[in-house]
Design a protein around this ligand. Structure first.
Ligand SMILES: [Fe+2]
Ligand SMILES: [Fe+2]
Length: 146
């Protein structure tokens, strides 16, 4: 499957970008506030854009009746996304109050588990079960955002 018609390939590209940014944030959170702040805003921007894409362009765009197994994954994905958003909100608050961000490593582990789940279970399933025209429609939306 080429990148042109694979949701998985497109989302892996995003996941790599996010992983690189959280690695930078982890490093910079050990140094000084200003470099940490810069890294945080870059990371936050990409991650929120990514979750928006997943929730508004991908997961809402398919008919659960066609993808019964995929549909069962949605509550779990939403739960994990809520935890991610919650952590970003806390960190944003820290940055505003000029506090150093903590526990970047454990959040990184969570993010990696989450992306592995999507790459192994969610996206291959969607790529294989969505009708071609529906998939094209989703890919157009993904490309509009990222
Ligand atoms: Fe996600
Ligand atoms: Fe993702």
């Amino acid at each position: 499957m080429s990148e042109k018609n694979s949701i998985l390939e497109l989302m892996i590209r995003d996941h790599c970008k996010i992983e690189k940014l959280i690695n930078e944030l982890e490093e910079n959170s050990k140094f000084n506030f200003e470099s940490m702040k810069k890294s945080f805003y870059e990371f936050e921007w990409e991650l929120e854009k990514h979750i928006f894409t997943e929730e508004k362009a991908i997961f809402t765009s398919y008919n659960p009746e066609d993808v019964s197994e995929g549909y069962k994954m949605l509550p779990e994905l939403t739960k994990q996304h809520n935890f991610i958003i919650h952590t970003l909100n806390n960190w944003r608050d820290d940055v505003r109050k000029r506090r150093m961000i903590r526990d970047v490593y454990s959040f990184k582990e969570f993010i990696i588990k989450h992306k592995d789940f999507e790459e192994e279970k969610v996206y291959p399933k969607l790529d294989e079960s969505l009708p071609e025209d529906e998939k094209r429609h989703i890919i157009v939306k993904i490309n509009e955002i990222s």
